[in-house]
Design a protein around this ligand. Sequence first.
Ligand SMILES: Cc1ncc(C[n+]2csc(CCOP(=O)(O)OP(=O)(O)O)c2C)c(N)n1
Ligand SMILES: [Mg+2]
Length: 280
Amino acid sequence: MSENPTQPIDIQALREKARGFRLDILEMTTKAGSGHPSSSWSAADIVTALYFGGILRFHPDDPWWPARDRFILSKGHAAPLLYAVLAAAGYFDRDQLWRLRQIDSPVPGHPIQGMMPGLEATTGSLGQGLSLGVGHVLGGRLNHLDYRVYVLLGDGECEAGQTWEAAMAASHFKADNLVAIVDYNKYQETGPISREMALEPFVEKWRSFGWHVAEVDGHDIGALIETLEKVQTVKGQPSVIIAHTIKGKGVSFVEADFTFHGRALSPEQAEKAREELLAS
Ligand SMILES: Cc1ncc(C[n+]2csc(CCOP(=O)(O)OP(=O)(O)O)c2C)c(N)n1
Ligand SMILES: [Mg+2]
């Protein structure tokens, strides 16, 4: 189980862990020659806080433990991040990571439920994850289980109508064990959210759907853990954490160029990126 309340969380160690995941993502996508490194780097600190900050309850040696907390990577194109985290958490061997996107690989470009231990949901077709989360909440009620459900959404993904249908259902069912986290990096595939289809006023939208809203710097692991702990005390309504992030976080020339979405770095770019990450 991940939670170990007797040991204080070492934030510096978690920062180094997140940097390690960024390096894994770089190696995985560069070797594959495809994938979504910038989307994965954007959410690396969020997912590190969830799995290693004492938030999620899980057993790598019993992946379908009924009382486990659920983590649904709704922005499934950030699969390299999820694979790197699950391997580090002990769900499967790290060697599998280097098979990303290969024929017959157990780690395809988007996660498939059960293909590897720890993969909770099949995602990649954007907009569906929050609905899956509501389903887990209702299933948990029927089965008298007290797990929590965490769903990580992209901001571009929040332009999908199904997300709001699920948001409405979650507040109707007073799903206070549901936490949505939005990786608010202000970009989707083809450009800035504000140009493609603006989400603002974003906080007000969630509030008007009956959600408790928190905002946080999505790269501050300490603040993320604090916020994730705080929303566990909210009763009678679901919570959303709007995590302000930078797409491509960790590699300056990727941060500066949204066209890296869905594109691996060239070997030369990867060398520069590796140097930057190692120096950070
Ligand atoms: C239903 C659907 N439409 C389109 C796509 C193609 N697509 C993949 S990623 C992406 C952009 C997602 O942007 P965002 O949610 O902001 O994620 P980010 O990569 O910025 O974290 C799109 C449009 C998809 N995967 N699913
Ligand atoms: Mg985005």
